[in-house]
Design a protein around this ligand. Structure first.
Ligand code: ADP
Ligand code: MG
Length: 598
């Protein structure tokens, strides 16, 4: 028994409760439970999209509607089976999401949220205006779903179909989040620059996530249509979308189970209000909306992480109270390490920056700078604050577009490549302003770095067809954590590390990409003396292992002892280039560092 984890036991208990719930219950209760399960599917999509992915949607009910109407139309007007309806509904929902996503997901900030209201409104309006869909009266006489000759007309029978689907959807979502694409999804809130730095395409990931959330809403719509056996426009309008969002927020955007809790709470409350409010006033319809608005406001004030937030906090306190068992890494003995890319011959030129220029309006941050990096060396880029070093790094990693100039990497002109394609070629970087996901553990943060070395997509991940690859990634991430000496903290949250250590963790993430060239922006900032010594040792060891390093660093002592060559920048221009002893002795460099710049 002790081998079974506590959370497994909780889930098993939940499954038993759900399986037995309809036995003593009457039709009304079972119908309510069915409704809860169906709404939980939509809320689950919202938790993935909004809670995890950070893209808010006020239009999710429209996808429920598209699927419901699609299957309703196919089964009534065309007389086909609800199972054909399911396929048709999902195709139509997925396609609509793809098109809407492609049109809107590039919009930044609030504009995306606003656009969801726009298409949410227009799709709902469409249902009410199409003759073939029965306009405002909708479609009725929709057949019930049947499995073989067994018709699921009785809510008790429908119950098991609904909840098996809910269970599978949760399993799929959980698998998805604990995978290569899942880590990228969880990285979305870190911004597209972070994802591009590990070779991941934030736009494509967000688009796939948008489609998955829509498909979950689509399955809900299909169930809805064949359970109620009648569809009309109003359950799919923006008002309904907001209710789904309320469920996700009330349950807790930070946890998948929040979907279930939220839909349960909101629907039970709604039912209770419908019973109680008419006793108080004869305008109960409007009061209903006001009560929910109040609930929303209260939640945002006092319980942003929803009900599951409370549960998780209680859970963690309990876990802390118990003696900590070290969580083993579930990597089997037969796992082969990920293949490594061939490294260029030592001494060959791998990066060449030619007359790079970057203007920010009138300010020339990088002014006609050229230098080369040779395989196997550590090249330092130094200069006073504001000299343009970070900007130079952003140019050569394609994080920022150049105003003019050219960069070659491994013999290819990368001047107009996308940042993520450059990263995939083997150029890995860290950031001066750390870009980690604080609520992901160390292992997952580092594993994100290996994104471009493996293939598994969202479908494979959700269906757990990526087991072997996942083990390879974890092995690789663990290896890199060992390299930086943080393996024993693999399961802690990255946000709990001191800032200096977070910088080191970023190096491990960059290393997980198996880079040819490692570009580090002030990795020693915030480290104590001993930690700096360790970092120096690590970087020398990496050089010995064949990794080429380009480093910006402020600590002169540290840099001078570490690097093979130096490039000095001042006011955006290159001042001098050479071995440390020559650079140190140069008058112009001393003047620049004393502030009386040349
Ligand atoms: P360093 O890393 O050497 O301290 P930076 O490359 O960060 O210097 O900055 C060089 C100059 O460019 C500074 O004057 C800075 O204010 C300016 N700068 C950097 N990034 C931007 C930006 N995105 N927009 C406008 N100015 C910028
Ligand atoms: Mg800088």
């Amino acid at each position: 028994m002790s081998r079974i984890s506590t959370s497994t036991r909780w889930v098993a208990a939940l499954v038993v409760i759900i399986a037995l719930a309809p036995v003593p219950a009457g039709n009304f209760t079972v119908s309510l439970l069915n409704e809860i399960g169906i709404s939980a599917l939509v809320a689950l999509g919202l938790i993935l999209l909004t809670g995890v992915g950070g893209a808010i949607s006020f239009g999710q009910a429209a996808f429920v509607g598209i699927a419901a109407y699609a299957s309703a139309w196919l089964t009534t007007a065309q007389g086909m089976s609800p199972w054909a309806g399911l396929v048709f509904a999902l195709l139509l929902t997925g396609l609509s999401a793809l098109v809407i996503g492609m049109l809107t997901l590039r919009l930044g900030g609030h504009f995306l949220a606003l656009s969801t209201i726009a298409w949410g409104l227009s799709i709902a309006m469409l249902f009410g205006n199409i003759e073939g869909l029965g306009r405002h009266t909708g479609l009725s006489n929709i057949p019930a779903i049947s499995i073989g000759s067994w018709s699921l007309i009785d809510p008790h029978h429908m119950y098991y179909l609904v909840w098996v689907i809910v269970g599978l959807a949760f399993l799929f979502s959980r698998n998805l989040l604990n995978s290569r694409p899942g880590r990228a999804i969880r990285g979305l809130r870190g911004g597209s620059t972070l994802l591009a730095s590990v070779g991941a395409d934030a736009y494509r990931i967000r688009l796939s996530l948008f489609v998955i959330a829509a498909l979950l809403a689509g399955i809900a719509g299909w169930l809805y249509a064949h359970m109620n056996r009648f569809v009309s426009p109003s359950p799919f309008d923006v008002h309904a979308s907001i209710e789904y969002l309320l469920m996700a927020v009330a349950g807790g955007l930070g946890s998948l189970l929040g979907a279930l809790v939220g839909s349960g709470v909101v629907l039970v409350l709604k039912n209770a209000l419908q019973d109680v409010l008419p006793l108080l006033t004869d305008q109960a319809g409007q009061l209903d909306a006001i009560a929910f608005a109040l609930l929303f406001i209260l939640l945002l004030h006092f319980a942003r992480s929803g009900l599951m937030g409370f549960v998780l906090r209680w859970w963690r306190r309990r876990a802390h109270a118990r003696p900590q068992s070290s969580q083993p890494l579930d990597v089997g003995p037969g796992v082969t390490p990920l293949p490594e890319r061939p490294k260029p011959e030592k001494g060959s030129r791998i990066l060449s920056v030619q007359s790079a220029v970057k203007r920010f309006g009138g300010l020339v941050a990088v002014n006609d700078v050229s230098f080369d990096v040779q395989a196997g060396e550590i090249l330092g880029l130094i200069g006073p604050n504001g000299a343009g070093k970070s900007t130079m790094f952003n140019l050569l990693t394609r994080t920022l577009p150049m105003s003019s100039g050219k960069v070659d990497f491994l013999g290819r002109d990368i001047s107009s490549m996308r940042q993520l394609d450059v990263a995939r070629l083997g150029l890995a970087r860290t950031f001066q302003h750390v870009k980690l996901r604080p609520h992901m553990n160390l292992l997952d943060n580092v594993a994100l770095g290996a994104h471009a070395r493996v293939r598994a997509g969202m479908l494979q991940a959700g269906l757990r067809l990526n087991r072997q690859e996942e083990q390879q990634i974890r092995l690789e991430a663990m290896r890199q954590l060992e390299r930086i000496g943080l393996a024993d903290r693999a399961h802690e949250m990255a946000g709990s590390l001191p800032l200096g250590t977070q910088r080191i963790l970023e190096i491990a993430r960059a290393l997980a990409a198996d880079p040819v060239l490692l570009v580090l922006d002030e990795p020693a900032a915030g480290l104590r003396r001993k930690e700096k010594v360790d970092l120096g040792d690590l970087l020398r060891k990496l050089r010995a292992d064949g990794v080429t390093i380009l480093i910006v660093e402020h600590d002169m002592d540290f840099v001078m002892k570490l690097v093979d060559r130096l490039v000095v920048m001042n006011f955006g221009s290159k001042l001098i280039e050479g071995v440390p002893a020559v650079v140190r002795a140069d008058e112009r460099v001393q003047a620049a560092y004393l502030g009386g710049a040349a």
